[in-house]
Design a protein around this ligand. Sequence first.
Ligand code: SF4
Length: 315
Amino acid sequence: AANPGCRRRALLDGAGVDKAALATALGSPAPFGQSQFAFMRGNAFEAKVKADGGTELTRLVAERLGATPPAPGEVLVPDLSAAGPEGRTARTALALREATEAGVWALLDHPLLALEVAGSPAYLEPDAVVVRPDGRWTVVEIKSFPMIDGSADAAKVGAAARQAAVYVLALERVAVRTEGAEVDHRVLLVCPKDFSNLPTASVVDVRKQLSVTRRQLTRLTRIEDIADALPEGTTFDVEQCSGAELTAAVESVTAAYAPECLAACELAFHCRGRARTDGAVEALGRSVRGELGGLTTVGAVLAAARGESGDPDDP
Ligand code: SF4
């Protein structure tokens, strides 16, 4: 959703390439990632939120979405383990159907959902999905950034909403095949309260993010079309190829670098380096690119500004 026009990313994601490993092999490791400490802290918080057989989490869902909370021990926590991603998505769909048919509260801990992206299945793992007795399914995202006085960093909430909208979209695919089920377009964002380790939650309406994601998914060029244009024998196998071969393979697919990539794609350092070497104005931001129209490189802009190209009377 952060860069739908990038064919390179569409192809790599569609082919299931580990972009972090690829970026390292290209000599430009991913610019982001969590420290081990932050990772462990996030995991500990998530475990706390889901403790007691989901009682606290379902209580938060009930309280924020206006339902009667379940009594302790009344929440079903189905086992979702199965072999392979197909097995796990089928197990998730079955657990959702069983809980909906039974009309009970259920907490699905790390369910697996599938969504077709540019013609290939992508597997998604929300932190949790809660099934309510009335058949409504709610996506729960557990984040470790704090909610201070009831509100959190807007950029982080926005990113969480975009992420949750993709889960809602994938859940809707399961809901249409499940009688009596309905996916809530409001998701529950659970964060630590103020500076404590106590969970608090807020409801985020993701209808806008849903329609943006739907539109972008239908617009994505199909992977087959991008793959067809590749030179024969192109591979992104980091084990078998040298850095030079991988660079050539990556460069054979066009990219659409923008500074936003730095927060959203593992290949960002590589693509930024290329954009800068080429003098591409995209490296300065999408708005700059938009302002400059047909002038696509810094060199062309300077030449025009100095009156060396274009109409010298109208620099
Ligand atoms: S970093 Fe590169 S591959 Fe990733 S989205 Fe940006 S331009 Fe595309």
